[in-house]
Each structure stands twice: as C-alpha cells, then as structure tokens.
Write a protein of this length. Structure first.
Length: 533
C-alpha cells in the first residue's frame, strides 16, 4: 500500500469518526433539550392545576357559606310561621304544641268541643316544612269586613314573602361580592400548608420528585407574599416557571406562584445518564477500534517494508557467498591451476563461504524460533565470566582490525547461571557485533560484568552512532534496523536484538538500553544466578 493511499484511508476514517462523534453529541444535546422542554411543560401544568384547585376550593367554600345562610333563612321562616300559626290558634281558644322529630318540627293544635254534655278534644297536626298559607278565595256570602280582613292578611303574607326574597337576595349578593370583589386580600384566600401539599402532590403525579422552592409574588409591587427560601429569591424572580394564582378573577390580579428547582440540571442529566453512558461507551469502543485499525495498518505497512528490506538483505547476504563459491569452483576446474597452494586456498574459501551460508540460513531460521518461542533451551550451570571472556576474544580480533579496542572489566564475584550456553553466547556475540558495526570510526567498546546476591549483570557500552528515543522503542522488534545515514557497510537481517530479548526473557532475565545520538549506546543484561546446592 502506498503512503498516499494510506493517508487518504486514514483521513476518510478520521472524518467519518468525527462525524459520528458530532452526531452523537447532537443527539445527546437534542435529548437533553427535549427533556428540559418536557420538564418545563409538566411543571407549568402542575402549577396551573394547583392554581385551579385553589380557586375551586375557594368557590366551594363560598357555596358552603351560601347554603349555611339559606339554612338560617329557612329557620327564620319556620319561626315566623310558627308564631303566626300560634296567634291564629290562640284566637280560636286553641293550644299549640311543638314537637321536634328528627329534622322536622311538628305542630299539634288542640281544641275543645262540647256536644250533648260530653267534652271532645280534637287534635290537628302539621309539619312546618310542608306548611303553606291557604290562598283560596273565601266562601260566598261573607261580609265586606271579613273580605277586607282576609285581604289584609294576604297582603301581610305577601309582604313577608317579599321581605324574605329580598333578604335571600342580599345574602346571595354578599357572598358573590366576597367571591368576585376587587378588594379581597390574597393572603386570606389560600392556606400556605395547603398550597405546599398541592404542589408536592401534583409534581409527584407528573413524575418530578426532587427538592423545590416556591413563592407567591406580586411582580408589579415587587414583593413576595410567601417565600420558602430567602436564598432563592433572585432565581424565583427570574424563573419562567410561574402561573397566575387566581386566573379567573373578574377584576384580575398580578399575583403569581413561582417555583424553582436547585437540582434541576442534575435531575435532567440523570434522566439521560444511561443514554449518555451507553453512547459514550460505544464511541470509545469505536475510537479504540479506529485507533487499533490505524495502528495495525501502519504496523503492517512498516512490517511489509521491513520484510522487503529483509529479503533484499538476505538476497545480498546469500548471493555474495554463493558467487564466491561459484568462482572458487570454476577456478578449481581450471586445468591451468595445478599448484597445490592455490587449490588449498580455494578450498579454504569454499569452506569459509559455506560456513557463512550456514550462518545466514541459521539466522533466517531464527525467525520461526522467535515466533514460536521454541528455543530448545538446555539447562546447565554456566560460568558466565569464562563464557563472556571467550565471546570477547572472538570479537576483539574484528575490533582490532578496524583500529579499535575492547576493554573488559570483570567485577562479578558470583557468575554461575543456569541456562543454555549456546544461546547465551549468541546474545553476547550479537551485542558485541552490533557495538562494532555501529561504530563508524575505530570502535571503543567496554564490556563489564558484575553480580550481587541474586543476579549476574553484563553491560556492553560503545561510543558509536547511538539512537534516538523513538528508535529505542523499536529496536527489539523483528526486522527493525536502526538507520545509519551515510554509513552503508552495516549488514544484517534486523533479527539480532529481537532474538537477544527473547533469549534473555526465556532465561528469566531482563535487558535495558540507554542511548543518545552521537554518543553511543549501552546495553545492560540481568540474569538470575543459579541456586547453589
């Protein structure tokens, strides 16, 4: 994959990711806005319902008062009827007796009639509620005085009825005037405890169960008639959650009930918290997958490039000894070469190049061993001082040929390590070989050994080209090779340090590198000492 194509893919994936995140944020914002609008509507509905209930209760109380006054009027009428009836019966030398039975007053009238020397008592009874004045015309044949007297009685009765109607009208008008008049005190028209109870019930019915503060305010006079918290006065003055307390007053009023919720934001966020967490989790998962995909693509591209370099290096490394062997074989087949010294020389070249080919093939096979962690380690006790010295002697010849020197400092009192001697020798040779190859001028290498009660330490310090921090992060990766700039004589497959790290870790040890560009590198290896029997 070309670099330009990779950039386009990463750019498009990044653009899609940004669009997805923007859409999620827009969706969450819309959800919060919708919940806030629903919350506002529910609160306003609750306030209007409370105001309506308070007004209905006020009207109901007025009707109760009117019924009470009408009952009083009926009681007065009953007393008047009883008094009139008593007067009429007394004029007839009769007696009246009032008996209370339940909600009714029953009048008993008694008169005495003498007939043939016998005395009879005649009883009449009437219920006050069903008593009506007789308005039938008088029988014919009566005198003018009787007619006038009866007419006067009817006129008095009519006047009494008109007086009672007028009294009922005045009572009803007083109640209606109290209910709809403009001069009523607002504070006398509602009970604060009742208002608080109604607000709580209506809000809970709407599903709003959080703390709130409210007040009864008259904006034109800029004063509060009721305030539950002085700390929220400013918020109550500015809130849009308000409703007219008595909206159906004929003369109107500016009294409002305002409410404020200190924990409103937390309540609204709590409503969408699960959606926000789910959305955020999904976005993080997508971001992780996006980042992992980009990282994988970049690593695969780098791995592909390193493998291509590896193939080129391997081809070059194998082609050189093959060409040398081929030339030596042709020379041996030449009939003009009969001197034994030349034949011996060419045979030696063939043997060396064959060995070199074997080493190169062995390095290639190390790739599979590294991937499988299959090293076939032998477990034996190794005297590390001696092994390190032998490896140093092997590399010292190459260092001296370049005009350099290898200094060995032995400070390890304890040097017995359990492991595989071949692999441990290889990692020392790899590090010494790298120190030699990456020193552009005469190499100056210091090999130091040390020990404590638990570990054996080896450090290899050169004064070569060094490495940057970014390069140090990748040196233990397969096929990775540190760029050498204008230095083109450094050969290899980029497998040495990956192999070194795996072998050290397989022996229970650790490896660390310190390096600065232009000042050289220092590799430090720590291996656990063998348990003494």
């Amino acid at each position: 994959m070309q670099r330009k194509t990779l950039r386009w893919i990463i750019g498009l994936m990044g653009l899609a990711m940004m669009g997805l995140i923007a859409f999620q944020l827009y969706w969450i914002d819309s959800l919060i806005t919708a919940n806030e609008e629903r919350f506002r509507k529910d609160v306003l509905d609750a306030l209007n319902t409370v105001a309506s209930k308070i007004e209905k209760q006020e009207t109901y109380a007025a009707l109760q008062k009117l019924n009470y006054l009408n009952a009083k009027v009926r009681e007065d009428e009953q007393r008047d009827r009883i008094r009139e009836l008593s007067e009429d019966n007394s004029s007839q030398n009769g007696n009246v007796k009032i008996v209370q039975e339940g909600n009714q007053q029953i009048f008993y009238f008694a008169d005495t009639v003498n007939e043939g020397g016998f005395e009879f008592v005649v009883n009449f009874s009437s219920v006050a509620e069903n008593f009506f004045f007789d308005e039938t015309p008088p029988p014919a044949g009566g005198t003018i005085e009787q007619e006038l007297e009866e007419r006067d009685i009817k006129i008095r009765q009519l006047e009494n009825k008109l007086a009672k109607v007028s009294r009922k009208y005045e009572l009803t008008f007083d109640v209606v005037r109290d209910l709809m008049g403009p001069n009523r005190s607002i504070t006398s028209r509602f009970n604060p405890h009742q208002l608080d109870s109604l607000l709580k019930n209506e809000l809970v019915r709407k599903g709003i169960d959080i703390e709130f503060e409210y007040g009864v305010i008259q904006p034109l006079q800029q004063r509060f008639l009721l305030l539950t918290s002085n700390n929220r006065q400013k918020e109550l003055e500015e809130t849009e959650l308000r409703a007219t307390l008595f909206p159906n007053d004929i003369y109107g009023n500016d009294t409002l009930i305002a409410i404020d919720f200190p924990g409103k934001q937390g309540y609204l966020i709590g409503k969408v918290w699960s959606a926000m967490v789910s959305s955020g989790f999904l976005v993080l998962v997508i971001l992780f997958c996006f980042g992992y995909s980009i990282r994988t693509i970049v690593r695969q591209k780098k791995l592909s490039e390193m493998k291509n370099d590896f193939i080129n290096n391997m081809t070059h490394e194998l082609k050189t000894p093959i060409s040398t062997v081929s030339l030596a074989v042709e020379a041996l087949n030449d009939k003009d070469i009969e001197q034994s010294s030349l034949r011996t020389k060419y045979i030696k070249v063939i043997g060396e190049e064959n060995k070199r080919l074997g080493d190169q093939v062995e390095k290639v096979l190390q790739i599979a061993a590294i991937d499988r962690n299959d090293y076939n380690l032998k477990h034996e006790i190794i005297p590390m001082n001696e092994m390190v010295k032998n490896a140093a002697d092997h590399i010292a010849i190459q260092v001296e040929q370049r005009g350099g020197r290898l200094n060995m400092i032995e400070k390890a009192d304890k040097d017995l390590v359990q492991g595989d001697e071949m692999h441990l020798t290889n990692i020392i040779l790899n590090l010494l070989d790298n120190a030699n190859k990456y020193s552009p001028e005469a190499p100056n290498i210091t090999l130091r050994t040390a020990s404590d009660d638990e570990d054996f330490m080896i450090s290899i310090h050169d004064k070569g080209i060094g490495m940057s921090r970014e390069q140090q992060k990748h040196i233990f990766e397969k096929f990775y090779r540190v760029p050498t700039g204008d230095l083109h004589n450094v050969k290899g497959f980029g497998l040495g340090l990956a192999y070194v790290q795996r072998i050290v870790e397989a022996h229970g040890g650790s490896i660390h590198v310190d390096s600065e560009p232009g000042k050289g590198s220092k590799f430090s290896i720590t291996l656990p000492l063998a348990n003494e029997a």
